[in-house]
Design a protein around this ligand. Structure first.
Ligand code: HEM
Length: 142
């Protein structure tokens, strides 16, 4: 049994779940922003957003960190430039995640002030970060 490969498999599975949520949640916000506060549609979005964030995105983010740091430990990668670059982008992903959580709370309180267009633009942030992260870890350019 190759522990490193098992941890890497677990890391990739967690990353897929985290990214799936990070790409889907702002899509819900795009439609939620145009729904009338208090309407049945708006209340349905609230349930979907809470379950997606708490049930999938948060645990998947934690698992990504645990397995990613475990890989770095097993591979003794701490001095690698690609890891420093990758972690910088992962921290930006983490900040985006925190912003998503803040906006979910606003929606839950019927206090959203951002437009659907704003969420459409914010939807691109995790996409761009993910592309950079994968290029850094697979190509290891430095
Ligand atoms: C949360 C902090 C993270 C840490 C500490 C971390 C660390 C690592 C390490 C050390 C490896 C092993 C590299 C190798 O075997 O060559 C790895 C693999 C990988 N990571 Fe992460 N990672 C993190 C988050 C992410 C995120 C957010 C993504 C994607 C958006 C990601 C995507 C990948 C992929 C695709 C691989 C497999 C690369 C390969 O096999 O060539 N990681 N990660």
């Amino acid at each position: 049994m190759d522990l490193y490969s098992w941890v890497k498999a677990a890391h990739i599975i967690s990353v897929i779940a985290w990214m799936a949520g990070m790409l889907y949640l702002p899509r819900l916000y795009v439609y939620h922003a145009d729904a009338k506060p208090g309407s049945e549609l708006s209340e349905t979005f609230k349930v979907m957003e809470r379950r997606l964030l708490r049930g999938i995105i948060n645990p998947a983010m934690l698992a990504t960190w645990v397995f990613g740091l475990w890989l770095a430990y097993l591979g003794d990668d701490w001095r690698e430039g690609w890891l420093h670059g990758k972690l910088t982008l992962v921290i930006l992903m983490q900040i985006t995640h925190a912003a998503y959580a803040r906006w979910r709370k606003k929606f839950a309180e019927d206090a959203n002030t951002n437009s659907a267009k704003f969420y459409r633009v914010m939807n691109e942030v995790p996409t761009v970060l993910m592309i950079g992260i994968v290029i850094l870890v697979v190509l290891k350019p430095f």
